[in-house]
Design a binder for this molecule. Structure first.
Ligand code: MN
Length: 506
């Protein structure tokens, strides 16, 4: 199962090298040995809360990344990630020994390391640092996720209040960011490792439901997968693998809560995943499944032609297999699969096709890092901020064809303020796909949006506060309304009014 990572009981350098050998050249392995020796010497004498030598931690972090076949430079940086923070060795010495690129990743992690504040302020500082790190070098986040994963795996050695804090932070900050970066595997790991510490009773209940289904279906699914492989062979479909997929526990918990804990209505606690060569093979495989078994009405989902807002792609179908047993199939290409498991990290994930082009997520992180500077000033806006960052995104177009990335349910008001404060303030109407619409219309992915402005307009209407979904639009509307109020006040009051904060967009 993809999201369960098992560490060797007494991890050794040889365990790491064995994993790396599957995708690295010998020269890389020499560099890894050097980094290990360097880190081991630096951490000499230090022990973890569990009593183990400290070096087992960076070694385990590197091992987790190697299991995911992450590019070797990132693995090397992960071996060194706690050196400048916890030892006498400086970043300069790391750079002298391992070069600029690795040293800059280690520096990024070190910057993320210390958090001064507590409570809400801590949450915000944490987010801010992560967005900055992400924008500077997203590889730093890949290391940070592996670091946090190992800390969660070894959480039992920590005192209770610290345990809870680390788990909550992982669930509320790290997992959503991993999700936004498309790193499904890390999101799953972080959630399932935090889950028992935050909701211990619910965790036991979910696990019992999960284990019961898995143990009763295992042998049966094995049989169905064998039939599937044979059919794919005879139909000459190019496929990589057919495997069982167990639903992640935290996801199952969320689904059970939504469905009133009726596990009978959940058909995807275990599913069969078929990984094939190309998109054509996906549809051909779906055809084979439907020829063999009768599909359940309304359960065929084509997320390849219409991806979910977070970019998820796959064909899903639920069928009645032999004896009327209900089984869900998920069909996708190898490329889609890697993208779903590793997301942004897929660019640094070893692949026989070589490196991939950077995609839109990198720009997204940069935009956020830029935005946060203005937004994070105001502590009371925490919830709105969460909506902006973690809500599903939609992609709409300007009439010129530029793509604008907005949260789901955003309105033309959000769009207008995203283009420019001036466009927002002068907005007098909107067209979606050439049709005039009211300003409360929810935008959908793919819409072409045109804002009609009126240069004589004095500014936003107070009602717009209700129509705006993005934090940025709300801040602008509030600012303009306030400054209008103030200039009115200034006119009737002789007293000096404190000057208004400058508009962040300008
Ligand atoms: Mn660490």
């Amino acid at each position: 199962m993809a999201y369960k990572i098992l560490l060797p009981p007494k991890i050794q350098l040889s365990d790491l090298l064995k994993e790396l050998k599957t995708y690295c050249i010998p020269a890389d392995l020499d560099m890894v040995r050097l980094a290990y020796d360097f880190a081991a010497r630096a951490h000499e004498g230090q022990v973890r809360k569990s009593g183990e030598p400290y070096i087992t931690h960076p070694l385990s972090v590197a091992y987790i990344l190697a299991l995911m076949k992450i590019e070797v430079n990132i693995v090397i940086a992960s071996l060194l990630h706690d050196v400048p923070e916890d030892t006498q060795i400086t970043l300069e010495e790391v750079e002298k020994n391992f070069g600029k690129d690795i040293a800059s990743m280690v520096k990024g992690i070190t910057k993320l390391g210390t958090l001064k504040y507590r409570g809400v302020e801590r949450y915000i500082e944490n987010l801010r640092k992560m967005f900055v790190a992400m924008a500077e070098d997203v590889r730093v986040m890949i290391i940070k996720f592996a670091d946090r994963t190992h800390n969660l795996m070894t959480l039992s050695a920590q005192p209770t209040n610290k345990k809870y804090r680390i788990a909550l932070e992982s669930l509320e900050i790290y997992a959503p960011i991993a999700n936004r970066l498309g790193m499904g595997e890390f999101k799953g790991l972080l959630e399932d490792l935090s889950f028992p510490h935050i909701y211990p009773k619910e965790y036991e209940r979910v696990k019992a439901i999960h284990d019961k289904v898995v143990s009763s279906e295992e042998a049966y699914l094995e049989k169905i997968m064998e039939i599937m492989r044979k059919e794919l062979d005879t139909s000459k479909i190019n496929y990589f693998e057919v495997h069982g997929r167990e639903k992640q526990l935290y996801r199952l918990f969320q689904k059970l809560t939504k469905k009133g804990w009726d596990s009978e209505t959940i058909h995807d606690i275990v599913a069969i995943r078929v990984i094939v060569g190309d998109i054509g093979d996906c549809y051909a495989t779906l055809g084979i499944i439907h020829r063999l078994w009768k599909p359940l009405k309304g359960r065929i989902k084509d997320y390849i032609a219409q991806p979910k807002p977070n970019g998820y792609q796959s064909l899903h179908t639920t069928v009645f297999c032999d004896d009327g047993k209900v089984v869900e199939f998920q069909i996708r290409t190898k490329e889609i699969h890697d993208e779903a498991e590793y997301g942004i990290a897929a660019h640094w994930h070893y692949d026989e096709n070589g490196a991939r082009l950077p995609n839109k997520e990198v720009n997204w992180a940069k935009e956020l890092a830029h935005l946060q500077k203005d937004i994070l000033k105001n502590l009371s806006d925490l919830d709105e901020m969460k909506v902006d960052f973690f809500h599903n995104r939609i992609f709409v177009f300007t009439p010129q064809g530029d793509v604008i990335d907005l949260p789901e349910d955003a309105t033309p008001i959000d769009f207008a303020y995203h283009i420019h404060t001036e466009v927002g303030d002068k907005c007098n109407g909107a067209k979606i796909n050439d049709q005039l619409v009211s300003l409360d219309t929810a935008l959908k992915s793919g819409d072409v949006v045109e804002i009609i402005t009126d240069k004589n307009r004095k500014g936003p209407s107070p009602d717009w506060m209700k129509l705006a979904k993005t934090h940025m639009a709300k801040v602008h509307i509030k600012n303009t309304l306030n400054s209008n109020k103030k200039s009115w006040l200034a006119a009737i009051l002789p007293k000096k009014i404190k000057s208004e904060k400058s508009n962040p967009d300008k």
